[in-house]
Design a binder for this molecule. Sequence first.
Ligand code: GDP
Length: 533
Amino acid sequence: MSTAGEQAASEAARRRTFAVISHPDAGKSTLTEALALHAQAITEAGAVHGKSGRRAVASDWMEMEKARGISVTSAVLQFAHRDRVLNLLDTPGHADFSEDTYRVLAAVDCAIMLIDAAKGLEEQTRKLFDVCRHRRIPVITFVNKWDRPGREALELMDEIEREFRLRPTPVTWPVGTAGDLRGLVDARHPETMLRYTRTPGGAHEAVEETITAEQATGEEGTWWEQATEELELLREEGAEYDRDSFLAGTSTPVFFGAAVSNIGVRLLLDAVVDLAPAPGPRELETGGSRPVDAPFSGLVFKVQANMDPSHRDRIAFLRVCSGVFERGSTVIRATSGKPFATKYAHSVFGQDRSSVDTAYPGDVVGVGNAAALRVGDTLYDGPAAQFPPMPTFAPEHFAVARPADVSRSKQFRRGIAQLDEEGVVQVLTSDLRGDQSPVLAAVGPMQFEVVSHRMAGEFSSPIRLEPLPYHLARATDAAGGEALNGSRLVRGEALVRVRDKAVLALFPDRWQANSFERAFPDARLDHLLAAHE
Ligand code: GDP
């Protein structure tokens, strides 16, 4: 093993790269802040609590960033805890951006699923969990807001098991009901109880005190008895933490707490260090996998332009998968086989946009000057590597885009091409429509809002959008496309996706797609990956 390989392996072992997934309002930003507070990445929490009217389009962290001036791009928060380096990646909160979420989840090794104690499993939790299952990402569950009246703990465990087919294995268990939190029991030390005294406003870590079972029996009486009985019951049912099934994604260690008061957060943070897996070998498209001690390889999971209005540059967010990333080195872009010079590389968290000279597996770097890079790209050094492509979801919303002001058609074309490359929407076209009126295809309609906003703001080309009456897309080929466009019997249209030249057959509904299949039994018509499968 080379020295660089050894270094990569030992640094990888120290890394924990994860994301928090939750339904909006379950407390993701509060928990993020609480985690950062416990890891001493910030000194006081409270800036983002109680915010209202915030748009889901903006990163939650942007608010925090503005309030504190701590981060530049908000894509990843890096902090140390014990002797580990934690990388917490931000995921968009809204279902319309599930494609982005999927991409971020391609860059993490573990997810924290945050559940509101009163609401249980909500719609967005389900969708995000489905993505984790699909990607086989281990999930740690945190039941939040236990300081408020909510559901029974056992009932929540049942819900997780029944609805997610995921065996909950509580690591901490609440003493007292939701709304009257007396403390927590750590299932690994059931002979003691942890009691908390929150600080005013939850600005600092809550004071944690360990008391004996005897003391707990005396002071908490039936609450303590109930908690220990419930834990015993769970143990008898085999709900003890099990590393293999957790890593396989079939069981989930569960923690309870209240992020707003910093209760249970330290235990969760310790769990990320102790339970979450370190970066490991990554599967390659060509079969086999690339171990962390192999020469450098990285995956581009997000591309964003114009983040800094004074520099119209494009940043590619790269998750280092193997080896050592060194700024200034020239690596290979797998899809084109062409060299790419990593002249500019930034940490994506810090007081300012500081340069990063070295990064290790699990880390995320923002690579600047990245006009040539696309979401899903693999960069590597040494033996060739290509990670599996990022899936594109079946779009369900379609609209024709036109420049509001035709004299700005150059800016219009440039902007649309840029947003396509970033993966903000899919851009479809046909010879008939031409590039002055491309069709935008989205998984969720909020993607269109982002396009309109950015076209006007960044590209000085406001657009008009005219919705098309299609809601179903299937993959076909050139012959199938011609058949559809030539047919008078079926309502639908075939368009070519600019990004990869795939031919998509669009229909108003399933019935029209079925009619097409009956009319042209030889035509190819394949299902695309549904956004929420
Ligand atoms: P996000 O949309 O998931 O990022 O949620 P936020 O972190 O913005 O939290 C939504 C609301 O829930 C805010 O008013 C928070 O103060 C509140 N909140 C978050 N965590 C807790 C908690 O542990 N207990 C209580 N009572 N409220 C909480």
